[in-house]
Ligand binder design. Sequence first.
Ligand code: SAH
Ligand code: SF4
Ligand code: F3S
Length: 437
Amino acid sequence: MEKKYFIETFGCQMNVHDSEKIAGMLRDLGYVEGKTKSEADIIVFNTCCIRETAETKIMAKIGDTKALKRANPNLLVVVCGCMTQQKGMAELLKKRFPFLSLVIGTHNLEEMEEYIKEHNKKFRAVVWDNEKAIREDIKMYRTSDDNAWVNIMYGCNNFCTYCIVPYVRGRERSRKIEDIAQEVENLAKENKYKMVTLLGQNVNSYGNDFKDGTNFVTLLKRLCEIKGNFKISFMSSHPKDFSFELIDFIASHQDKMSINLHLPVQSGSDEILKRMNRRYTSAHYKELVDYIYKKIPNATLSTDIIVGFPGETEKDFEDTLDLVKYCKFASIFGFVYSKRQGTPASTFENQVSAKVKKERITRLFELEHSLQKETLKNYVGKTYDATIVKGDKGDELAKTHFNKLIRIDAGNYEIGREVSVLVEKLDNDLLYGKVVG
Ligand code: SAH
Ligand code: SF4
Ligand code: F3S
């Protein structure tokens, strides 16, 4: 009988894509995809530790597999991803979950195939301290329908004071332009993906490690030469490195470049931005936003915001609300600040109480909601890329890449298909449109 795998993924797109590599390795070993954990011969938890809530949830899920292991002693339970890379975590996992088979760090994830082959029923933790050369020979098993994730770089050098990513993902390493171009060319030949999303913690610093003047725009220029029926998008960007040159490039290559831009601002207060070590001001951020809307009037912007960073006063928070009013974001990913061990901000004084954090996140979402009508009005008369999704009533809707639902004439489109939709009207907070391509 065929052996089955089940991968549960937490965290960002980087992890979603890593899971495609894990699936590739497991298939290489002869496993096939299982539908549930209980039918699996190997369960892999690809973890995230960006906030405490993520970690708590994952710990509970790992704990739940104890019963499955008891029922099937041959079951392999593997934990990998960002959580495992924290100091002392492998030992802690072993202590809490003695039934685990393997714990694998982020720097040696791509060796998973070997560890599974060598596994002899004894617990084993392999977490390398440092990053290694980038491997180009991993076969991946892509799982997202019309979108293909492509890593352009790994790691992060920014050390925002709240963030654990640089500690668990290592320093920035860029993939070579030709390796990336080769991957995108192969995807274009498959003619299956309408979107190629370039991934990095800060894609705008792509190429800095080559020290030869290569930058993110150099890469985009090369990728835009590739013929095919797909668009290019990217995430995430850092406002300190998001250049006017990049905005000009996107503006003049809209046939190839997605114009839904994710630009995390984190806070609207200069004092907080300084203590977050973000290295830009709210004025600079607004200047970028103005220039984006000027050069690309159809552009939609999304952002990440942290509320309740240590020392955040009511005034600081109001500065964030003011910035939100100014920027006309299509969507906001709002987070309550979470203390992460080993990061500078976890030792800062004046930690904000849970009560105030909760109240501020509620106010942020209320503001977003109250601005929605104006934002939605802006979409009428414009055409956007969207994916066909199933609505609550089983009908088909078009969901834009900035997560807005548009009602269309249902009945003709497969779920998951990428389309272009012209927004025709706004009625009772609902958008209506028609598929034009
Ligand atoms: N490299 C990307 C993504 C980082 S993680 C970037 O810089 O945009 C995604 C988001 O999680 C961040 O943008 C931030 O808003 C949030 N985040 C990171 N650390 C956090 C913490 N300690 N508490 C709450 N939110 C956090
Ligand atoms: Fe974290 Fe900042 Fe790096 Fe993003 S840029 S991963 S928020 S340290
Ligand atoms: Fe989480 Fe790691 Fe991404 S900590 S947000 S999965 S880089």
